[in-house]
Design a protein around this ligand. Structure first.
Ligand code: ATP
Ligand code: MN
Ligand code: MN
Length: 301
């Protein structure tokens, strides 16, 4: 259960050790939030975000001139993040190894924000053993124009099919267009098994209801359907982390929700970085206690 606490005094000191320059730079031109406001958002929600994102290899969406200008996805270190952002060497397919980024604390998050980061995406495994996935995500990507009601129904159907095979799952509004159904897993299986399970699960759904679902990422096959993006579950892929801001109009955030709340949302981006108070209050609510946590192994099917 993630603990929602005020930053400890030493964490406070660390936060103050990271200088955010150009605090008045507008990062979200449509809604006006600045780099300083983004940094304050992350400093405040760090106790909510870190239980999921800390000690996991991360990729960053950086938009140094704001979200409407050039943004880029950064996986590897450029050596410029300072001491609060750490490196983990990860074996590459070609046999070599590359340093990936990870953070352990709020200061690390802020060091990334200082470098123009808006979004934090994480691997499905932790730096302690990057070969041991502990998090499966079904990223529901609706075809353009498809009603959000269809996405909500798809998410609860997936929850039910997972429950049929003994797996608890949790819903997250992506802050964009879709819902992520998150399945925490104990380690002990390989990346091959992880990806294979998610692929077969997505394919079974699309075969049972081809008019609603596709497990094929091609946009042509998506017409009027929801792509069940299981490809987040392969070694090296990432998914956006809970409470990450999104580099989209209005400064929305990815937000964990209780299943019972899902029906009440009209879209996948109801909260923004300006809603920190609401988000902190929500996170303390009983309905969200234990979100994203379950002791369960990948079924052997
Ligand atoms: P939405 O609900 O709008 O689909 P999303 O976060 O699910 O939001 P996707 O486009 O479906 O966005 O992407 C799913 C995941 O793929 C992202 O969370 C991210 O981790 C990863 N991803 C997105 N863009 C890139 C990229 N350029 N390079 C590598 N991985 C990416
Ligand atoms: Mn998606
Ligand atoms: Mn996707």
């Amino acid at each position: 259960v993630p603990e929602v606490a005020e930053p400890a005094p030493d964490a406070q000191a660390e936060l103050e050790a990271v200088t955010i320059s150009s605090r008045d730079r507008v990062i979200f031109p449509e809604s006006g939030q600045t780099k300083g406001q983004l940094a304050d958002y992350y400093a405040t929600v760090a106790p909510l975000l870190l239980p999921f994102a800390a000690a996991r290899p991360i990729s960053l969406v950086r938009c140094p001139q704001g979200r409407a200008k050039k943004c880029f996805f950064q996986k590897h270190d450029s050596g410029s993040f300072g001491g609060h952002v750490h490196h983990v060497p990860i074996r590459e397919k070609d046999g070599g190894s590359e340093d990936y980024l990870y953070t352990e604390d709020a200061a690390g998050l802020l060091a990334c924000v200082q470098m123009g980061t808006i979004e934090f995406h994480g691997w499905g495994s932790r730096v302690a053993d990057v070969e041991a996935p502990d998090r499966m995500v079904f990223d529901l990507d609706p075809d353009e124009g498809l009603d959000f009601e269809a996405v909500k129904l798809a998410a609860t159907d997936i929850r039910d099919r997972l429950a049929d095979i003994g797996l608890a799952s949790f819903a997250m509004l992506s802050g964009g267009k879709g819902v992520h159904v998150v399945v925490p897993l104990t380690t002990g299986h390989s990346w091959d098994a992880h990806k294979d399970f998610s692929k077969r699960f997505a394919e079974a759904l699309s075969m049972a209801e081809p008019e609603r679902f596709t497990a094929n990422m091609s946009k042509a096959k998506r017409t009027g359907r929801i792509f069940i993006d299981y490809l987040r579950n392969q070694r090296g892929s990432t998914a956006v982390m809970p409470y990450s801001a999104r580099a989209r109009a209005g400064a929305p955030v990815a937000v964990p929700i209780a299943w019972a709340e899902l029906a009440g949302f009209a879209d996948a981006h109801p909260f923004s970085i300006s809603d920190t108070k609401k988000l902190l209050t929500r996170a303390r609510a009983k309905a969200l206690a234990g979100w994203g946590h379950a002791e369960q192994a990948l079924p052997a099917i």
